[in-house]
Design a protein around this ligand. Structure first.
Ligand code: HEM
Length: 416
């Protein structure tokens, strides 16, 4: 493998000045493309190299061809050789797990089928009611204050709480599950207790639905013939919750930032021609939530876009770069309205099973904020919003806003 470019350059690392400098990672992709073509060598961490796949055609080929490129990291040479330290930042994304996210072939189809059935069985009208209920409750917490951080108080909370409702939790327990999940990842003295509570909430739900099925995703998963144990049922639910979290949060945040700052969309609130769905599509094309995804692993030596890929090499799926591949765009950007051939949800056997409900969640959340918070505006220009320090996810780190505070109605005192 030739000298690697540091993937950290795409990361927007601290300090903040550098974060802003990488607000436009497309410049880095253009440079890599000019130097290497559609597949570039990158350094994932010191001494650990991989390939960044930036071509739309090449990326589509990889994700659709599981006989050549596996999802499970048991096929990753550096992992098999024990070169990754247990505390490597790559481990949470890339260590092998026995669930749909990390398996291949027949085994993947077996554990994926219950997820597909659970998601495809959702009634969208009910989902819409659940999302509205969650958004109303969250907005109710800050509507009277006239200011909020729509990232931490809104976009971050919606995915887990909504999935909790779709799994069959009541609103209060879904909120508690979100808090437990956040505390679990905070890695401090409360993390163990939080992880135990998170598991307890899901396990009680599995047990309750085993005894008496209801109209929710947990009941489909629990009673699916492919599920061999309660451990597998829990894994399936955790995959749904964790796969939904980052992408949905960032999609909501990116769309809100776009609609509040881009005249084409902010004008729509005053009767313009573009709608919320156009803003949703624009984000998926130009700045998708999953910017780069680790990974696929080559199952044999092959050549891709002129690069010699060796068996065991890691390939990072560069969704943002692939969506901007000049070969899939014409000159007329308006001619692309409604075009959804982007790769924001990937493709092939691992393609996101939830792109339809995810769109409904995001559209409902964005519209609820725009309608219920009059005079909504960002307190800083979009290009100055600090970004999450991640090479994988594109999202603002905060969304500070002001709006006209909702007047609290006082209870009428009976007169004497
Ligand atoms: C309701 C919200 C969501 C749920 C429940 C959900 C669920 C899932 C699940 C279970 C998988 C694993 C599928 C597999 O490996 O077989 C997955 C994969 C994925 N999802 Fe989603 N997701 C949601 C929202 C999103 C959003 C908003 C995005 C980004 C726009 C997204 C992008 C992806 C991508 C890129 C993959 C990886 C596919 C691959 O490995 O090739 N998802 N999702």
């Amino acid at each position: 493998m030739p000298t690697a470019t540091r993937l950290a350059e795409l990361r927007g690392l601290l300090p903040v000045a550098k974060t802003i400098a990488y607000a436009d990672p497309q410049a880095v992709y253009r440079q890599l493309r000019a130097e290497w073509g559609e597949v570039a060598p990158v350094e994932l961490e010191p001494g650990i190299n991989g390939w960044l796949v930036m071509g739309h055609e090449e990326l589509s080929f990889i994700v659709r061809n599981e006989r050549l490129f596996a999802k499970s990291s048991v096929h990753w040479r550096e992992y098999a050789e024990g070169l990754l330290k247990p505390d490597s930042p790559l481990m949470p994304f890339m260590f092998p797990r026995p669930n749909a996210w990390m398996t291949d072939g027949e085994e993947h189809r077996r554990v994926r089928a219950p997820l597909d059935e659970a998601v495809n069985g959702l009634r969208l009208r009910q989902v819409s009611r659940q999302v509205t209920e969650v958004c109303d409750a969250l907005i109710g917490e800050f509507a009277a204050k006239g200011e909020a951080d729509l990232l931490s108080q809104y976009a971050l909370m919606i995915p887990t709480v909504v999935i909790g409702r779709m799994l069959g939790l009541d609103l209060e327990t879904a909120l508690e599950m979100h808090q437990a999940q956040m505390a679990m990842f905070a890695i401090n003295e409360n993390s163990h207790a939080a992880a135990a509570r998170f598991e307890e909430i899901l396990f009680s739900l599995v047990m309750a639905r085993k005894a008496a099925p209801a109209d929710d995703m947990t009941s489909v998963i629990v009673h699916h013939a492919n599920m061999a144990s309660d451990e597998e049922r829990m894994q399936a639910m955790v995959v749904l919750i964790s796969a939904a979290a980052q992408g949905t949060m960032s999609w909501i945040a990116q769309v809100l930032a776009l609609m509040l700052t881009d005249a084409r969309f902010s004008g729509r609130m005053r009767g313009g021609r573009l709608g919320t769905d156009d803003a949703l599509d624009e984000v998926l094309w130009r700045d998708p939530p999953t910017a780069n995804l680790p990974a696929r692993f080559a199952l044999r030596d092959t050549v891709l876009a002129g690069q010699a890929i060796e068996k065991g090499d890691a390939l990072i799926l560069g969704f943002t770069a692939a969506n901007a591949d000049p070969r899939v765009h014409g000159d007329d950007q308006w001619g692309e309205l409604g075009n959804r051939s982007h790769l924001a949800f990937s493709a092939g056997p691992h393609m996101c099973p939830a792109h339809v409900p995810a769109r409904l969640i995001v559209r409902t959340a964005v519209d609820a904020a725009l309608h219920q918070l009059p005079g909504l505006r960002l307190t800083v220009p979009a290009e100055e919003l600090p970004r999450l320090e991640s090479p994988w996810t594109r999202s603002p780190a905060t969304l500070p806003v002001t709006f006209t505070a909702r007047v609290r109605h006082r209870a009428v005192q009976p007169s004497n």
